[in-house]
Write a protein that binds this ligand. Structure first.
Ligand code: KG4
Ligand code: ZN
Length: 306
């Protein structure tokens, strides 16, 4: 696995730097993965790759590498949808897996979706964000209080020492099971700006309370919508996935609500929440069983839908 240090200095992901980093790391990472797994490339049954959604430059590095490896080894090529893979992370190495149909709240840096999952390859988005993603809301709030990118995990850490009720933010009124986070970000920005005008030490004095309060609001929005989706569909198998599923506030809230409402709750291990290759392999496994392969003419798509 290669790190994300390259983005820290710029306060966000720079697409061109991301693709160059992919190019630099792909050969050593694949080499290392085979070594750790204790398999040779001749033992591989297929090559899987992410073909979207994501940054096109990075996707191109992956698809080109996967195509040549599959061609060279004479084995099938499998394309994987990144958002589907986040959901199917629930089937990696687990003795307890969700029953179909289940609902998955997929929350990452680029997406916020409620997905109805009827089978590994049969998923329907029943709610999604109309503006920012939940991870983006965490990262933007983190930036406002001077934390480096990606700020989500740091907000989580600071929140543990803060008072989540210190600052109140309005909860958006969005119909149905869709989400909105941009109003919350603006309210957070204005609060910090107004308080800084009165006391230039405001952030230093309140960083943990600000983190705890924004986390509470983001989690409250997520919880209200997943509860509504569960009620509306009558489904009580509830899962969370994606980078923000690593958030301790969300993990606690989903467990507590699940207990109260009689849900079966599924939360991935930390390492399978944020982007990882195992979830891509897991999805490819289901496609392999169905013989769902693609040809050498496949092209990635940055804005691919689930
Ligand atoms: O799924 P992911 O690794 O990549 C995308 O597909 O976007 O999600 C990354 C997002 C980032 O916005 C990051 O700040 C957020 O997940 N994140 C967290 C935590 N860990 C990662 N947000 C809040 N609390 C966390 N513990
Ligand atoms: Zn992701």
């Amino acid at each position: 696995m290669a790190g994300q240090k390259v983005h820290e200095a710029y306060g966000g992901v720079v697409p061109e730097l991301a693709s160059r980093a992919h190019q630099q790391h792909i050969v050593p990472v694949v080499h290392e993965a085979l070594k750790v797994a204790g398999v040779t490339k001749e033992q591989l049954s297929a090559i899987a790759f992410t073909n979207g959604p994501g940054l096109l430059g990075s996707l191109l590095v992956g698809v080109s590498f996967a195509k040549s490896m599959a061609l060279g080894l004479g084995i099938p090529l499998i394309d994987v949808n990144h958002m589907q893979a986040h959901v199917l992370a629930h089937f990696i190495d687990q003795d307890r897996v969700p029953e179909f149909p289940f609902l998955c709240l997929t929350v990452s840096g680029g997406h916020t979706q409620i997905v109805r999952v009827d089978a590994p390859m049969d998923m329907t988005v029943i709610g999604e964000t109309i503006d920012d993603a939940a991870g983006e809301a965490f990262d933007k709030a983190a930036k406002i209080i001077g934390l480096p990118y990606p700020g989500g995990p740091l907000v989580d850490k600071l929140a543990a020492q803060g008072d989540p009720t210190r600052f109140e933010f309005p909860i958006p009124r969005i119909q149905g099971t869709n989400f909105s986070f941009s109003g919350l970000k603006t309210a957070f920005l204005y609060l910090v700006r107004d308080e800084l005008a009165k006391d230039d030490q405001f952030i230093e004095k309140n960083r943990d309370h600000l983190a705890a309060s924004i986390q509470r609001s983001i989690v409250a929005i997520l919880m209200s919508k997943i509860k509504r989706a569960a009620r509306g569909t009558g489904i009580d198998q509830i899962a969370i996935a994606g980078g923000v599923a690593a958030n301790s506030g969300l993990r606690n809230a989903i467990n507590e609500t699940g207990e109260k409402l009689g849900w079966d709750v599924f939360i991935p291990e930390f390492q399978y929440c944020t982007d990882n290759a195992a979830m891509i392999a897991m999805t490819a496994h289901f496609k392999y069983l169905n013989h769902e392969f693609v040809g050498q003419d496949i092209f990635p798509s940055a804005r691919m839908k689930l």
